[in-house]
Design a protein around this ligand. Structure first.
Ligand SMILES: Cc1ncc(COP(=O)(O)O)c(C=O)c1O
Length: 393
């Protein structure tokens, strides 16, 4: 007989009941609110990519793809890494296709970490990092990035490293802050990784979404880093296909093999007909990637000025499709969670409270911050801003 308990949730996942995105997206649907919470575009990706998926379905590519991913996608990923980052990966053994970057992260963390290992990472952080580290029985050691600039505090990074540190988990361009780590910051991380012989996992899902004078640099391209780094990315953000969940890991064969060992028992394989379609996307001309960033920069500027006009202090992101605001001018008690819970009823807009991206012990760092996504049609951004202004006045 199954023992009846208050909660059947494993102690490793206590506190990770359900993700904030599910909660806020459900709230948006229930209230018919504009969802600037979850980071998905409300417009489709390039026609050639959509057509390739349709053709793959119609031509019968609907069964299990090969474990590491279809050969042509692995080749397209290696070409893309060479074209944009100057990095060479062997499609046989150094590239693994996954169910989105989420599974790439889970596979890497579960496949590599031992119980009690420590992982140093940037805070605020994408919410699956903490949960996967906890599932692996490992320990999160956050280094906090602070507004307005969200630059890396290298001394704090150095002091977060201990004898038990196994890995540094980097995310650039960074969700939720929109910070893009520059070469100096990445070199500081690389120097520490080499000095302490650490593995680096680099989440680069927003690699093409950079604005102004920011440039995305993959930490794997710095001297001595390729052999200790797993680079993770996915097609969701780059081709507006977040529902397809085609992600990948690139790295030295030994590290990729460890990630693959865990990944094979998670989904085994996924996204069969979407894999050839993402290969088409990765081979689009440079103009596609330039226009993608230019379009999102215009949307960023639109939402930035709207949020400022609505009274928020907004921190201009140089990457990703998120803007973080300090709500205290609009809501003096600075309770971001309560603010986001009430916002759909008050004005029909959904945002995400940044507090969920912080370690428990550091919640006060993110309490007054809220994230809005700008990967939305311009009329949706304008309407959301108009509603926020009305709610503030
Ligand atoms: C930093 C970061 N990593 C990973 C992911 C997940 O990517 P995917 O949808 O490809 O699993 C996201 C999605 O929002 C993200 O923001």
């Amino acid at each position: 007989m199954v023992a009846v308990r208050e909660s059947h949730l494993t102690s490793r996942l206590q506190g990770f009941g359900s993700t904030i995105f599910a909660e806020m997206t459900a709230l948006a649907q229930e209230k018919g609110a504009l969802n600037l919470g979850q980071g998905f575009p409300d417009y489709d990706g390039p026609r050639a990519v959509l057509d390739a998926a349709i053709a793959a379905i119609e031509s019968g590519q609907n069964q299990y793809p090969p474990g590491p991913g279809i050969a042509d996608l692995r080749l397209a990923i290696s070409e893309h890494q060479r074209r944009f980052h100057g990095l060479e990966y062997d499609p046989d053994g150094e590239i693994l296709v996954t169910a989105g970057a989420t599974e790439a992260l889970a596979g890497s963390l579960l496949g590599i970490l031992e119980t009690g290992d420590e992982v140093v990472l940037l805070e605020p952080m994408y919410d699956s990092y903490q949960a996967c580290i906890a599932l692996a029985g490992a320990i999160t050691r956050p280094v906090t990035l602070r507004p307005p600039s969200y630059r890396l505090d290298v001394d704090a990074l150095r002091s977060a490293i201990s004898a038990r540190t196994r890995m540094i988990l980097v995310n650039t361009p960074h969700n939720p802050t929109g910070a893009v780590l520059d070469r100096t910051e990445l070199q500081a991380i690389a120097d520490l990784a080499i000095e302490h012989d650490l593995i680096v996992v680099s989440d680069e899902v927003y690699e093409h979404l950079v604005y102004d004078d920011a440039k995305h640099v993959s930490i794997a391209s710095l001297p001595g880093m390729r052999e200790r780094t797993l680079v993770i990315s996915s097609g969701g953000k780059t081709f507006n296909t977040t529902g397809w969940k085609v992600g990948w890991v690139c790295g030295p064969a030994g590290l990729v093999a460890a990630a693959r060992a865990a990944k094979q028992f998670l989904t085994y394989v996924s996204s069969g007909p979407f894999q050839p379609a993402i290969a088409v996307g990765l081979r689009l001309p440079d103009s596609y990637f330039v226009e993608l960033a230019a379009d999102l920069r215009r949307k960023r500027d639109r939402l930035m000025s709207g949020l400022e006009a609505a009274g928020f202090e907004a921190f201009r992101p140089r990457g990703t499709y998120f803007i973080t605001v300090d709500i205290r001018n609009v809501r003096p008690d600075g309770d971001g969670y309560a603010f986001c819970r009430e916002l759909p009823d008050r004005c029909g807009v959904v945002g995400v409270p940044n507090v969920v991206f912080y370690d428990r012990a550091h919640e006060r760092e993110g309490r007054h911050l809220v994230r809005f996504a700008f990967c939305k049609r311009e009329e949706v951004i304008d309407e959301a801003v108009a509603r926020l202004k009305r709610a503030g006045s």
